[in-house]
Design a protein around this ligand. Structure first.
Ligand code: FEO
Length: 170
């Protein structure tokens, strides 16, 4: 049986993952409206991935006898100064999510809640990937600088992204 404090903390993270999906969808519309179709596609897939992350919390909370409480999802930012700025914000957002996953894990340890701690380990590992991927893209933007052809190539590269089975199945 899950404690009330753990249940509330997991529900808050479920809301953060839904907000992540919303934020990345908003970035997708920003890219679409600026003709970066590849980046828009990349962000749409990222939004889908975040929805999967949220549903893993949804299923886990129910499975361990908790109650899912769906709260309001904040309105995401609509525009960014540049494509690079949007990806820099995505990286900052992933760092914020990592901080919360670490805090949740600390709470599970303090509560001696081994099943939740084991569940959270997937997210601890996933956040390493999430930050590394976002950081890699930010570094590419920095290399490209003001080169229009470089931006075009990066847009094409990001548009080739597919949702991996590992992400989609779990
Ligand atoms: Fe669900 Fe991108 O972390």
């Amino acid at each position: 049986m899950i404690s009330k404090v753990m249940e509330e903390a997991l529900n808050k993270q479920l809301n953060r993952e839904l907000f992540s999906s919303y934020l990345y969808l908003s970035m997708a519309t920003f890219f679409d409206s600026n003709s970066f179709v590849g980046m828009a596609q990349w962000m749409k897939l990222q939004a889908e991935e975040e929805h999967i992350h949220s549903m893993k919390f949804f299923d886990f909370i129910q499975k361990i006898g908790g109650r899912v409480i769906l709260e309001q999802i904040d309105k995401p930012q609509l525009d960014w100064d540049s494509a690079q700025q949007a990806f820099e914000d995505a990286l900052a957002h992933e760092e914020y999510i990592t901080k919360h996953i670490n805090e949740l894990t600390d709470l599970a340890i303090a509560e001696r809640d081994h099943s939740t701690k084991t569940f959270l380990q997937w997210y601890v590992d996933e956040q390493v990937e999430e930050e590394a991927t976002a950081n890699e893209i930010v570094q590419k933007f920095k290399l490209i600088g003001d080169s229009k052809s470089g931006l075009y190539m990066l847009d094409r590269e990001l548009g080739a992204r597919i949702l991996t089975p590992d992400t989609a199945v779990k």
